[in-house]
Design a binder for this molecule. Sequence first.
Ligand SMILES: [Zn+2]
Length: 563
Amino acid sequence: MKYLILLFFVCTFAFGQSETPYPQDYFRNPLDITLVLSGTFAELRSNHFHSGLDIKTQQRTGLKVYAAAQGYVSRIKISHYGYGKALYITHPNGYVSVYAHLSKFSPKIQKYIKACQYEKESYEVEMFPSPDELPISSDEVVAFSGNTGGSGGPHLHFEIRDNEERPINPMLFGIDIKDTKSPFLLAAYAYPKDRNSHVDDEKNRKELRLIPNKNGDYSTEPIEALGDIGFGIVSYDQQDLANNKNGVSNIQTFYNGNKSFEMDFKRFSFSESKHINRFIDFEVFKEKKSRIQKLFVQSGNTLSMLKDVDSYGYIKVEDSTNTVYKVRIRDFKGNESWLTIPIKGRPAKEILEAPELKPDHFIYADQVNELESENISVYFPKQSFYEDFYIDFGVDSDTLKLHRDVVPMLKSYTITYDVSSYSEEDKSKLFIAKLYGYYKNPSYISTKRLGDKLSARTKSLGTFALARDTVNPTIIPINFQDGKWLSKLNYLKVKIDDDLSGISNYRATINGKWILMEYDYKKDTLTYDFDDNVNTETENNLKIIVTDNVGNSTTFEATFFRK
Ligand SMILES: [Zn+2]
């Protein structure tokens, strides 16, 4: 027994040395509150793995954000969507720390950004300051936490990237979260690989009933199977100080004690993040919003987080055998849960196979594929898909049915409508829309017009149609009225909205001079900060022009007084 314990420690030490060459205690907690996470590194998100930690900010914005270490601001990006207001600091050791969804920056950084925004006359900007422009000392407050961009609630998105822009789990650098709970398992599935394999006489994905054990582990009733079988699980992890369902850190599988698969969620490249839709069961995700992680590797899935995969993670079940398949799910702190699946090998009983419906159109993944009807054509570049499949393609007047949105895609493709049968006036108001849900709600997809052709590029299948937007955007003042004194106001705020095609751009001036208005698409607001000091007159003319995606535009004007 003593010998075993000693061996264990030696191994752990060796493991620690080779797996974590990351400097410890170099990066500090970027906030001055206890770290509580609403999102862990590499957890499963829509079309990507999460590239950092989401740190909870007590349901508030405006918390001081500290530089994780000394360095210089190497990149600033302000966008309406995505990261919102984001700051990148490069450190002398080559790592880059990233802070996103910020509400604002420290005065010296804010000044630097505003100069650029006023020069470019754009809220959305991207800057790459040189090392001597914005040096940052350790513990310097660089920004304030917020909820900008595609953030669903106040939090700080924090990343550490290496010198090749690859995100790494910041917890590998010693940033610590209290976590004593083991990961949870919500569901398990078996996947017969081909027509020669089965699970309980089924040839398709089969959900297995989970039996929770007293010690927190799980098992299933024995399954009867034969041939090559893969498995999938739905799992999450919870830390001690919050109820958020976060991602796990590592999944391993063992067949009769031999490791057959490992997914290690510690670092990845942005270029491979799209393969998440190959890693999860994309069809189930699209239809039920549940993310089954497939514990086997299918063609084209080149995720570097997949390690030591034997036989692509599939197991081979032989006739008349009793075997055991196990899954080990771990969080970053090493808390673990096990799933045990006993397997009896036997041939399938007679299986009545449903005749497969084969539409006329076949997609060859390694070729260019073109589909055409009278007025609509679809162009898929090579390698738009992971595998060949029968695509359901149908056109009914202006409605294009392009399969269902259940096939993971690797590239954008082009849909083109011939609109020569429409009047000139109609043509200028038409756009290509994707139809969502039971009510087929049209949603604008970026549409270009060239003569009689409208074309749009998109990266998901589904149902599409032509839609017409003839209604101008609306602009409504929120905190002021035309012709009034506004000396006490700190901000000018208006609400802007557009039916159907959505807002494409806006431009605001005071007395003819461009002013910076921040667009919050979640609140439909434009905000001007009087601290920008663009207006120096007593009587001022505010003018805002908002244009939608087909070119309908609205001009709002108001006079206000200020001293
Ligand atoms: Zn995040």
